[in-house]
Design a protein around this ligand. Structure first.
Ligand code: NI
Length: 172
């Protein structure tokens, strides 16, 4: 396993649509393992492959509570096949938007069909943080970011701060 650098916004790669995975092979399994390791190192709860620069439909999550064991999920070609009518608002962050958080409203529960790391077809029905996380990560595969749900003004402020922070880091 290896850490892969996480792309931060603004970066046009984050707006790319990711391609379906044709075969779940060793390359994909290594990618998933690297993504999990990189996500844990950054103290995140979800990561999409495009955030490490790979435009493939792979995501990883782990939303276990702090006092419980790790509960990693690796999802290849994930697709939302059911959404609840009930919607909830939840504060979201993203490893590609360090130190920025905002309330986003989404369906409270979803069912996601996917392939696991052996290529087997699986389904997971989630509520709470996992439901939010899965929807957020699957959005990444379409080039959709959580800030896209905010007003143009709020989005511009966040992107401006990120650009400024990057310039400051580059000049340091
Ligand atoms: Ni994200």
């Amino acid at each position: 396993m290896a850490l892969r650098p996480i792309i931060t916004a603004p970066d046009k790669r984050l707006k790319a649509r990711s391609a379906p995975v044709e075969a779940v092979d060793d390359e994909v399994r290594t990618l998933l393992d690297d993504m999990l390791e990189s996500m844990y190192a950054a103290e995140g709860i979800g990561l999409a492959a495009i955030q490490v620069g790979v435009a493939k439909r792979c995501i990883v999550t782990d939303v276990h509570p702090p006092d419980e064991p790790h509960a990693p999920l690796k999802l290849v070609n994930p697709e939302i096949v059911w959404r609840s009518d009930e919607r909830v608002s939840h504060e979201e962050g993203c490893l590609s938007f360090p130190d920025h958080y905002a309330e986003v409203e989404r369906p409270a529960s979803v069912t996601v069909a996917y392939q696991d790391e052996t290529g087997a077809a699986r389904e997971v029905t989630a509520v709470g943080t996992l439901a939010v996380c899965l929807q957020h990560e699957i959005d990444h595969l379409e080039g959709v970011l959580f800030v896209d749900y905010l007003s143009l003004v709020k989005r511009s402020i966040i992107l401006r701060k990120l650009t400024k922070a990057r310039r400051a880091a580059a000049g340091a």
